[in-house]
Write a protein that binds this ligand. Sequence first.
Ligand code: SF4
Length: 298
Amino acid sequence: MIFGYVPSRRLGKSLGVNNLPEKLCSYSCVYCQIGRTKNLTIERRAFYKPEEIRKAVENVLKEKVDYITFVPNGEPTLDINLGRSAEILKDLGKVAVISNSSLIWMEDVRHDLSFFDLVSLKLDTTNERLWRRINRPHRDLKLDKILEGMLEFSRNYSGTLITETMLLDGFEYDFENIANFLRELKPDRAYISIPIRPPAERWVKPANPYVVMKAYEVFSKYVKVDLLTDYEDLNFGFSGDAKRDLLSITSVHPLREEAVLEILKKDNADFSVVEELINEGKLEVREFGGKRFYVRRR
Ligand code: SF4
């Protein structure tokens, strides 16, 4: 349920909260780093009790972090207790959430998000056809309702609002349209990213640098923009139990080899732990972008 500390490309030093017991999402993005979504859903449900999450955070939180971040293996707003969980964590530190935005047309989701100090919303495209091809949404979702919900949320939200736009090779993006939407949304910062870890679909490739710079240039006319095109540093937290650390972090994103070695070193363990996890069918090795990654098997 809790993982990290994790060095985050957007949030500095962050303690991760995985508030879903298994991968549950309203999207099945082609670039998802935790594989295809088997349980595509838009039904909000109760999972862990907020008090249970608070206790788990208290047990792990030993030093100051920039954010306690809800970044589960799926879409965090599917958790009907999300707002309450954020509310009762606030005296322990600032709370953040990384959402795919898909349920923000629901008033109760906007209400839950308003408890967070920082909300990150996904905005890969404003084009319905591209959205269906890239994010592969649940059949009952409508992009225009989601975009409207994002604007409605932004008008009333007083925390830090950021967006993330993932750019892939081989798709025709309309950056002017996305930029116009950003102008209305007024995020504190719009992040542009590319896949840096093994994606759900093996054919997915990062957009080329020319396309990324084009997006940067167009978005920058209206909002502050940052690029997320690098790997995080290797400053992962550790618990002393290498198996536990490797499994909890890989349940939300693959780890590149250097990070695995760093965790083993900090936990005073050797590579046999990784071999054991591979033999038990819990981890597998994948190559992406010329690098070797360790991926959680589901
Ligand atoms: S990338 Fe995020 S929104 Fe897309 S399928 Fe994976 S968990 Fe869901």
